[in-house]
Design a protein around this ligand. Structure first.
Ligand code: PGA
Length: 249
């Protein structure tokens, strides 16, 4: 039985002060679950104060990005060592906003994944097709290419979580149907089995992301190969995030 993961990706929202306020209420309102982990990924500037508040709570802390070098003259960048020191245990990489707005390639994402897992942090590797790729029937090819390239040279998937995030569903309000998502999740699990073996395929968490909200969480989580969610917009409001965390299976 895989323990599921409900992760909030705050993107470029909330100042440190706003993050502190939110997290203080979240930690007092959230129930205790044995079958699911809860994670929030605030902006870099909120990590230190949020980490202090989350100590001793079941809520975990993640970052939204990282650079793959250890340290050096890389103005504006942040290393895994710095993030680890703030209490981060997950880092998102390969998000479509990083790929499309900041031109991150599969090669860059691969370097990031390697650096993250060798630092003892779990990498949340995002993959997903664009609308025109889906319409041309290329969804599986795109996902296969992204996963193969981003996980190249990695011996196993012990420190990896995959997030399937169809680009056309992110921030659009138009989620993939539970059946559309399950089709791709089950394809991804098959691919992990082919690349790393049955054991890793059974253990790996595959999250769905893209317009997850209180109205669709239960039907998404009812799918066999959906092990959790990566939530953008709906993780910024306490009420909706709490309802998503409290999904019924
Ligand atoms: P959304 O974003 O929930 O706002 O669609 C998801 C994501 O980008 O991780």
């Amino acid at each position: 039985m895989r323990k599921s993961l409900v992760a909030g990706n705050w993107k470029m929202y909330k100042t440190p002060r706003e993050s502190i306020e939110f997290v203080k209420v979240l930690k007092d309102s959230v129930k205790v679950y044995s079958d699911r982990d809860i994670l929030i990924c605030p902006p870099f500037t909120s990590l230190v104060p949020v980490s202090d508040i989350l100590k001793g709570t079941p809520i975990k802390l993640g970052a939204q990005n990282v650079f793959f070098e250890e340290e050096g003259a890389f103005t504006g960048e942040i290393s895994t060592r710095m993030l680890k020191d703030t209490g981060v245990s997950y880092i998102i990489c390969g998000h479509s906003e990083r790929r499309n707005i900041f031109m991150e390639t599969d090669e860059i994402v691969n370097k990031k994944v390697k650096k993250i897992i060798s630092s003892g942090i779990t990498a949340i590797l995002c993959v997903g097709e664009k609308l025109e790729e889906r319409e041309k029937g290329n969804t599986f090819n795109v996902i296969e290419r992204q996963i193969e390239k981003c996980l190249e040279g990695i011996k196993d998937t012990a420190g990896v979580v995959i997030a399937y995030e169809p680009v056309w569903a992110i921030g659009t309000g138009k989620n993939a149907t539970p059946e559309q998502a399950e089709e791709v999740h089950s394809f991804i699990r098959g691919l992990i089995e082919k690349l790393f073996g049955k054991d890793f395929a059974e253990k790996i968490l595959i999250l769905y992301g893209g317009s997850v909200k209180p109205e669709n969480i239960d039907s998404l989580m009812a799918q066999k190969d959906i092990d959790g969610v990566l939530v953008g917009g709906a993780s910024l409001k306490l009420e909706s995030f709490l309802r998503i965390i409290d999904y019924k299976k």
